[in-house]
Design a protein around this ligand. Sequence first.
Ligand code: ADP
Ligand code: MG
Length: 274
Amino acid sequence: MIEITTLNHRYPNGKLALDSIDLSIKRGEFVVIAGRNGSGKSTLVRHLNALLLPSSGSVKVNGLCTKEKANLLGIRRTVGMVFQNPDSQFVGMTVEEDVAFGLENTEVAPEKIKLLVESTLRSMELSDHRNCSPRSLSGGQRQKVAISGVLVMEPEYMVFDEVTSMLDPVSKLEVLATIQQINEKGISIIHVTHRLEEAINADRLIVMDSGRIVLDGAPCEVFAHPDLVQKYGLELPPIVELSRRLSDAGILKKEVVLSKDDLVEELCQSISKT
Ligand code: ADP
Ligand code: MG
């Protein structure tokens, strides 16, 4: 469990980037954090593995307070972070070396490292590229290498800060599917994005504005307030927008539909009734 209590973050220039944040994230949860640029998303998630420390309030990861220096290693092991630009995260000459890097700085035995790297590359469908330079791969594959380097450390929580924003549409889908798979292994996901369609499969959607949490609920609950979503600088996913319009026009009974399959099913039902 991650427990954040009345967290404030003030940068040295005086900017209050987080304003009284209270938030708990459970093991296994898939949480999306959305919000316009500058709303405080990156500042918030950097607190989850002690890259930033509270100006006031507290952040606890499995009971370990981020302010205690002695907890740092344990917290970094528990919460892994992946950032927007994979190229800034590469350290190895080959994919294999790169993925092994984090583990080589721990007490894990070399044979165990080899096994962990192998199984991670296999699960990420990167085994065939193990001897390539990470930089020679496609954008999606490069991001998957960066994700593997964190996954191999066996974290309980993984934070993805706008990891899809620099990718082409195909790579974006590939990386989103990977994130979903990681969640299915039982690892909690905290996925930061400003595209609400990436929240459709999440357990929970949190919207931030001006350093505060302004919406927090199941995606379909948040999508039921299109005026608020718009007020906070976000757009409803196209499928949700379409279903709302059809519902307003009296064609659909359900207000919020989250997938193409559901939309077709709802349409078939309403057509068969007429
Ligand atoms: P987001 O990730 O939602 O775009 P950030 O957490 O990066 O938002 O930023 C929140 C606010 O804090 C913004 O107003 C931003 O300009 C400010 N900010 C971010 N980093 C710094 C910094 N290092 N120094 C001062 N202000 C910062
Ligand atoms: Mg950011």
